[in-house]
Design a protein around this ligand. Structure first.
Ligand SMILES: NC(=O)c1ccc[n+]([C@@H]2O[C@H](COP(=O)([O-])OP(=O)(O)OC[C@H]3O[C@@H](n4cnc5c(N)ncnc54)[C@H](O)[C@@H]3O)[C@@H](O)[C@H]2O)c1
Length: 446
């Protein structure tokens, strides 16, 4: 099928590429000229595992194209996906100005002689946005165009986006027209994934409800971790014990510094706002946000308690990205932590396997020493903080690190490290709700 994707970011680029991979003809549109130019030259604007090889092979197969020309893409495509940002406003409501702008552009590009077109909202939007997109199309199209608006929310996770798109748990299609639903099913037919066929409003709500539920799960285990800390229990063991219950599942039960990234914080906020507006408040999600914010402040309190005063202390932060396997630092807890440490006068060094460039941009103006590897980052450190769950950190040579640091103290904000390795090398190990292993076990191991 002939598809256009408007917005070539984390979602648009990976979705477009995977559509091309299964045989569709895809035109990816972006209004960022340098991004499109780079893509045309085979340069990747983001880091996402497996993506580069897929883009290059589909471009050379002639199935994947990049352009800034939305008119051309609309003229040549049967289905037009919108994958532009939907950031939060100050009050938590969703900023739909990108969606509105693209809808207008699509409307102006449509011509009655093109025949039937489907416009798909792939961005995460509040319920009832589809209706508003239809209205914009009707208002701004030149002549009577034959269009249906569909919702097809995206569930990919950065860091495993290609795998998630090629093998989705499910595909949600929300359409109020059978013709649109049938065509959308043909788009996804090569993926061999279960399709959830629903109305437009339900599809829009599914995305917000799903992300909010995942955030809720994270905040739940984080709240439990605080109880574990007080009770001398181990949150990892508690999570294992409850996660083996199929009704609960083991996913998203990792205690840590809380959720970040470009989706969960804004989607929880957005859902709270929508529910308030509809008169069905989701106070439960307000507590989810409170717990999430508390995770980092409580963690920093513990670091402060250990070092007494943070001013002039050398603190090595491992990880800048909001999670492993990505260079995305949007709403990253690691970035927030580095800023808080700098504000308190600490001397911060930082290292991330993939997010050095994006991290430096996000931390512009902060006196951070960016380091080429985790060892130089730890040089003379009085504390090492693990802020992102990169596997590389778990595999570090702690014996070597012990010789580099000034004080052997590790605060593992992601419960990532194997305490035995760390303690055996002579470090103090502090985590988020894991059973206290210092000093008794350290002595035992030594
Ligand atoms: N990132 C994720 O993991 C993820 C997962 C699921 C859903 N989503 C949702 O998908 C949407 C896009 O997210 P993203 O992370 O890909 O954003 P992004 O910022 O990475 O990419 C958006 C792209 O849209 C382009 N753009 C903006 N206005 C445009 C216009 N008028 N014409 C053409 N291009 C335009 C930008 O230049 C950018 O390249 C959001 O609603 C987000 O909530 C994101």
């Amino acid at each position: 099928m002939k598809l256009a994707i408007i917005g070539t970011g984390y979602v648009g680029l990976t979705t477009g590429t995977c559509f091309a991979e299964v045989g569709h003809h895809v035109i990816c549109v972006d209004n960022n000229v340098s991004k499109v130019e780079a893509l045309k030259k085979g340069k990747m604007p983001i880091y996402e595992p497996e993506l580069e090889e897929l883009i290059l092979s589909n471009v050379s197969a002639g199935r994947l194209h990049f352009t800034t020309d939305l008119n051309e893409a609309v003229a040549k495509s049967d289905i037009i996906f919108i994958a532009v940002p939907t950031p939060p406003h100050e009050d938590g409501s969703v900023d739909l100005s990108y969606i509105e702008a693209v809808s207008q552009e699509i409307a102006q590009a449509l011509k009655p002689e093109f025949g039937y077109r489907i416009i798909v909202d792939k961005s995460t939007v509040p319920v009832s946005t589809g209706g508003k997109v239809s209205q914009v199309i009707e208002r701004y199209a030149q002549g009577a165009v034959d269009v249906d608006v569909v919702s097809n929310p995206e569930f990919l996770r950065e860091g495993s986006a290609v795998k998630d798109l090629m093998h989705p748990d499910r595909v949600v299609i929300g359409a109020d027209s059978q013709r649109a639903m049938d065509m959308m099913k043909r788009v996804y037919q090569p993926f061999d994934a279960p399709i959830v066929e629903v109305d437009l409003a339900s599809a829009e709500l599914i995305k917000h409800a799903a992300n909010s539920f995942l955030a809720l799960k994270i905040s739940y285990i984080n709240a439990v971790s605080a109880v574990c800390e007080k009770a001398g229990a181990d949150v990892n063991l508690v999570a294992k014990g409850i996660g083996m219950d199929k009704r609960i599942s083991a996913h998203f039960l990792n205690a840590g510094l809380g959720y970040g990234g470009s989706c969960f914080p804004k989607d929880v906020k957005g859902f709270i706002h929508i529910a308030d507006q509809l008169g069905a408040p989701l106070n439960l999600l307000k507590e989810v946000e409170t717990i999430n914010a508390h995770q980092m402040t409580h963690f920093l309190d513990r670091v402060r308690e250990k070092l007494w005063v943070l001013r002039n202390k050398k603190i090595a932060v491992w990880g800048i990205a909001f999670k492993q396997n990505t260079d995305d630092v949007r709403e990253s807890v690691a970035v927030k932590m580095i800023k808080a440490l700098c504000d308190e006068g600490a001397e911060v060094s930082a290292y991330d396997p993939k997010a050095m460039e994006t991290g430096a941009a996000a931390l512009e103006g902060y006196p951070v020493r960016f380091c080429p590897d985790l060892y130089s980052c730890a040089q003379d450190a009085e504390v090492i903080i693990v802020a992102t769950e990169w596997k590389e950190f778990a595999m570090a040579d702690f014996q070597r690190l012990r010789k580099l640091v000034r004080l052997p103290i590790i605060f593992d904000g992601r419960n990532l490290l194997n305490p035995d390795n760390v303690l055996y090398a002579g470090f103090e190990y502090h985590s988020v709700g894991r059973r206290s292993l210092y000093p008794e076990t350290a002595e035992g191991l030594a």
